[in-house]
Design a binder for this molecule. Sequence first.
Ligand code: 13P
Length: 346
Amino acid sequence: MSRIPLEQLASHATALVADGKGILAADESTPTCTKRFQALGIGSSEASRRDYREMLFTTPGLGDFVSGAILYDETIRQSAANGTPIPALLEKQGIVPGIKVDTGAKPLAGSPEEKVTEGLDGLRDRVAAYYDLGARFAKWRAVITIGAGIPSPACIEVNAHALARYARLCQEGGLVPIVEPEVLMDGDHDIERCEAVTNATLHAVFHALFQQGVALEGMVLKPNMVIAGKACAAQADVEEVAMRTLRCLRRTVPAAVPGVAFLSGGQSDEAATEHLNAMNALAGPHPWKLSFSYGRALQDLAMKRWKGASENVGVAQQALFCRAKFNSAASRGIYSVEMEQELKAA
Ligand code: 13P
């Protein structure tokens, strides 16, 4: 028995990838957020993390380009300085609140260089609590590392299984699951290897989703793009990334899935936008929407400009607004590098 009918779940999933819209991932765990703040000399406290997220979510006009925002457990329970609960603040902008429900990627027993994502214990109750707090979608991130002899079939299998268990529990509880199997960019592997591993991973994930009866119409896939490892000397051009990523998705992702919202994974802001644009501009039509669910590629410049100071809120919001606007254009295949002038002029 599901808390809401499948049709409603499917319409929530479709809304997350509505024309010209994507997702803002702002669900960094406290340790990750602290690391990013510290790199910029920003103090990390419950209050400063709240101020930062409030700055992001009150960006004027953000709702024109952003359908949903993924929150961390701390944030969904916080209120803005004026007392408005964060989920209500988002709803005022027309942005659907979402929640990260995994509890992190931990070393895989027997193969410590690999990871398995935890968080299934007690998940049914947490989903119900998050629904009551206003969340309408959720996220679970599985991590697949490429290296000598890895990923192992076992690593892919356990992560796919956990993603499917999470997705089914979310759908039962009325949340649209964002299914995120991330093949990392870390390493010196070439793009060919990334394509092979992404292909195997997505294949295993959709097999597990099928086995566990997840309704594909009521979910969104959040994959990596097919891209060479960061330390690989041969970096593919934009067209090759777009072509290989699309080929991989066509081979593995059923047309019943309403949308694919990519993670940025450590790509530069502009590269993440250009790659998404190329996929939407070069080849089509696609069976699913191709959009974004970026964390760093939306937030990096905004965080750098904010620096923890309230007088910088305006320039920081301008950075987030522009990146969201550019990625919105990329999701329609109408982005051009000239648009970046709007951001550089500020
Ligand atoms: P990045 O876009 O920074 O990879 O973050 C997206 C995300 O949600 C990772 O889980």
